[in-house]
Design a protein around this ligand. Sequence first.
Ligand code: GLV
Length: 380
Amino acid sequence: MPLIQSIDDLRKIARRRIPRAIFDYADGGSYQERTLRANAADLDALSFRQRVMVDVSSTSLATTVLGTKISMPLAIAPTGLAGLFHADGEILGAQAAAAFGIPFCLSTMSICSIEDVRAATNRPFWFQQYLMRDRGFNQALIERAIAAQCSALMLTLDLPLLGERWRDARNGLCIPPRLSLRNAWDVVTKPAWAMKVLFGKRRTFGNLVGHIKGASGVLNLAEWTHSQFDASATWRDVEWVRSRWPGRLILKGVLDADDARFALAAGADAVVVSNHGGRQLDGAPSTIEVLPEVVAAIDGRCEVLFDGGIRSGQDIAKALALGARAGLIGKSFLFALAAGGEAGVTRALDILRNELRVTLALTGTPNAAAAGPHMLRVRS
Ligand code: GLV
C-alpha cells in the first residue's frame, strides 16, 4: 500500500479502486449535501485547549459501551452495501473490529448476511434494523439476531423514507451492480473489483433475498425503501421492538432533545446522535452542534453515541469532549474497506487510535474517561 497517514488518504485510494457509483454511495449525502458538509465543518471549527505539564505517560483509551469493555471509544457504524466496497466486506469489517476490540454493527442492508458474519467471527456483533411495513420481517430479523447472539440491536429511526441522494440517481446505482454502457469504462478500469465483486459470490442484499418478497432482481434503493419501509412508524413501534428484543437496544437518528427524551421513554439503552451522515434531511444541523443538547436531555440516563463526520481521532476527541461515550464511523469505514479490505480497516482503526491518543495527551487528558469540555476552547 502507498503511504497512508490519514482517513483522507484511504478515501483517495478507495476512489481509484471502486466504481464511481459505489464510491459516491458512501461519499455523498442528500440534496445539496449541506448537512454532510456541516458535519465535517462544525467539527473542524472547534479548537482544542492545549494543556501542558500534566502526566500523560500512560494514556488509556479503553472504556465500556453498554457494559462491554472496548479498546477505544469507537464502533463501526451499520452501512448498507459494505460487501460491494470489497468482497465479503461485512465479514472483513467484523473481523477487523473484533481483532481491535471494538464493536461492529451489521446493517440490514448488508451484502453478507447476519448468518454469514456470525459464521465467520467469534466475537458478538451488533445488528441494525429499520421498521419495515412487514412487521413479521422485523420479528424474523430479531429472531435471527438472537440466534446469531448479537450483543445489541440498533434501530434506525431516521429513515421512514430515503433521503434523495442526487449522486446515486445520476450514477444509476442499483443492487446487484451490473455492467452497462454507462459504467463500462469505469468498471473495466477496476478489474480487481469487477472480478471479486461484480462477478463474485455475494452481490446483493444477503439479509433480504430469500427472506422478503421483491428483494431479488435489480433494485433501485429509493424504490425499494419506498415499497418496504414503514413511513407510518411511531414511538409505539419502537416500544414494540423493545418488547421483543431481550438485549441492549440502541436507537439511532436522534438529533433533537425532545426526541432524546422520547427515546429514553421507549426504553433505549443508548442513543446515537446521528443525521445519517448527511444522507437524510439535508439542512438538518450537524451532529456535533446538537450533541450537547442531547447529552443534557439524556442527563446520564442512558449512553450517548455519536456519528457524522468522524474522519480522524481528533474528531472522536471532540465528540468525547462534548459528552459522547463513543463515536461511530460509517464513511471512513467504507473508504478503508475499499482501499485495502481487512488490512485497510485495521489501518484506519490504527490511525484513529493514534490520533486520539496524541490529542488526548496534548490536551492534558490522561485517559478517554477523563475527556470533557475542558479539552475545548470556548469561543467568545
Ligand atoms: C441506508 O441506510 C443508507 O443510508 O443508504
